[in-house]
Write a new protein. Structure first.
Length: 275
């Protein structure tokens, strides 16, 4: 798959999710019949957090709770990479307070429209949503205290550039706190080459050491994995066509189970050096 084809497919897929209001992305039970609030609880959100955001902000697309590890403070400026319908941005806005600001960045117009509508619905005034790509952030250099992201960076075809951009816009001493999907071993070709698996945050994921290496090469210090869980992936619910491909190739249920155990949800934090 070419990078341009992947980006186009991701835009179309997540734009459709925004329009329909359904969640079918990176949640722990991709495309299954599980309510989005249940998915959110599984990946680390509390009842209070779920109740605090406008209805429709939680699309069940996350694989963790980055605001839980970000240690946000009143008055800070935060960027949410791939902000979607605004779920994490709204949670961050509560922590930075009226003197702080949250900037959500998303490349999908439908998601941006939905997020802005949700902000109005919730009367949330310290959040702004900007259209842009996470490899080329519409944000000035050295202006941001914290960057958060939830199961989005793995969708980028240029992850090193994402972390370079994060480093650029952060103030010296600023930090990143991200939840994402990584791999413990390479995926078989039939999974890696599947568009369906890509948009489910699987086949585009890097090996864990490559992901952490990209953060280090961007210039970050104090890189730490503060949480790690096997990604509870149901291939049949996620992408029936992928399962059909597996059957045609003679892939057994046991082999698929092994693949699922190599897909890991991680919470990572790192710091831009103060000097």
């Amino acid at each position: 798959m070419k990078d341009t084809e992947i980006k186009s497919y991701v835009k179309e897929r997540y734009g459709g999710i925004a329009r329909s209001g359904g969640g079918c992305g990176c949640g722990s039970t991709c495309c299954g019949p599980v309510p989005v609030d249940t998915i959110a609880k599984v990946v680390g959100y509390s009842e209070d957090e779920l109740a605090a955001v406008p209805e429709g902000a939680n699309l069940g697309l996350g694989c963790g709770n980055p605001t839980a590890i970000a240690a946000l403070k009143p008055g800070e400026t935060v960027v949410d990479l791939g902000s979607g319908a605004g779920f994490d941005a709204f949670l961050a806005s509560r922590k930075v307070g009226p003197t702080g600001k949250v900037i959500g960045v998303d490349m999908t117009p439908d998601m941006l429209e939905r997020a802005r509508d949700n902000a109005k619905k919730g009367n949330i005034t310290n959040v702004e949503f900007r259209q842009g790509e996470i490899e080329n952030l519409p944000v000035e250099s050295n202006t941001i205290d914290t960057i958060i992201s939830n199961c989005v960076i793995n969708l980028s075809t240029d992850k090193p550039k994402v972390f370079e951009e994060a480093f650029r816009v952060l103030k010296p001493g600023g930090r990143i706190a991200v939840s994402d999907i990584v791999l413990l071993e390479p995926l078989p070709d039939y999974v890696r080459d599947s568009v369906a698996a890509y948009t489910a945050c699987v086949s585009g994921a890097n090996l864990k050491e490559e992901y952490l290496g990209a953060i280090k090469r961007a210039g970050f210090d104090d890189i730490e994995v503060v949480g790690e869980n096997i990604f509870d992936l149901d291939f049949i619910d996620m992408a029936p066509e992928l399962m059909k491909d597996a059957e045609a190739l003679g892939i057994t249920e046991g082999m698929i189970q092994h693949i699922s155990e190599t897909i890991v949800s991680v919470k990572v934090q790192a710091v831009k050096p103060a000097k």
